[in-house]
Design a protein around this ligand. Sequence first.
Ligand code: PGA
Length: 240
Amino acid sequence: MEFHVYESARAACEAAGVLLAAQITRKGDSVLGLATGSTPIPAYEMLVQWYERGVIDFDRIRTFNLDEYVGIDHKNPLSYHAFMQEHLFGKVNLRAENVHLPSGRSAMAGAAYDEKIRSAGGIDIQLLGIGRNGHIGFNEPAEEFTYGTHIVTLAKDTIEANARFFRSADEVPRQAISMGIGNIMAAKCVVLVATGENKAEAVYNTIRGPITPHVPASILQLHPCCVILADREASRLMRE
Ligand code: PGA
C-alpha cells in the first residue's frame, strides 16, 4: 500500500484526479471504476477542467460505478445516476453506452453487472471513498467479504452519514446494490481518498489493523497496487 498525506482535503482529492487523468492519458480506452459521495467531487472537477482544456478525452473511456440505492428512480436528484450526471457524465464527452451503474434489486442484476465489467476487460483504476465504518462502495462491515455485485442492507452508520443529502434519515433508502469486494480487488489499481477527522479511525484500521470483513477496506492491504490519499485530519491516528 502507498500512503500519501496532503495539507488539505481538496489537495488529496485533486491528487486522485491526477491519477485518473494519467490513466486516461496513457490508455484512451481505459475502464474507470467511479465513486460517488462528497470526497470525489474535486477529482471530477479537475477531470472536467482538463477535458475542457483538451488535455484528456473521454471518447473511448468506459466507466463502472460502485453502487446505487435500491428503490430510487435514476432521475431522482438523490440517485447516484443523477450525481454522476451532474458532476462528470454531463460535462465530458463520455458516450452514454460506455457508462454503467449497477441497478436492480436481484442477484441476477448483480451477476449481469459483474459480467459487464468482465467483458469490458476489468477495471484499470478504481476510485474509492471510505465510510466512517470502513466500508468501500456499500460493502458494509460484515461477517464475511462478498465477492460480486450484490444487494446490501445499509448500516445504521451509513444511513446517518448519508442523511445529510436527504430531508431526514428516514428518507435514506435502506438498501443499495454495490460492487463486491472481489470486483474492487480485481481492479488493476485502486485509489482510495479519505478526508476529514471522522475518517481517521477507518484509515488507521484500513492500513494498520487486521484484515477483516468488519473493516471492509482492510482487504486492500492485499491489493498489489493500492494508493491511499488522505488529508492531515484523516491521517491523524497514523502519526500517533
Ligand atoms: P463521502 O462518502 O465521500 O461522502 O464521505 C464516502 C463513502 O461513504 O464511501
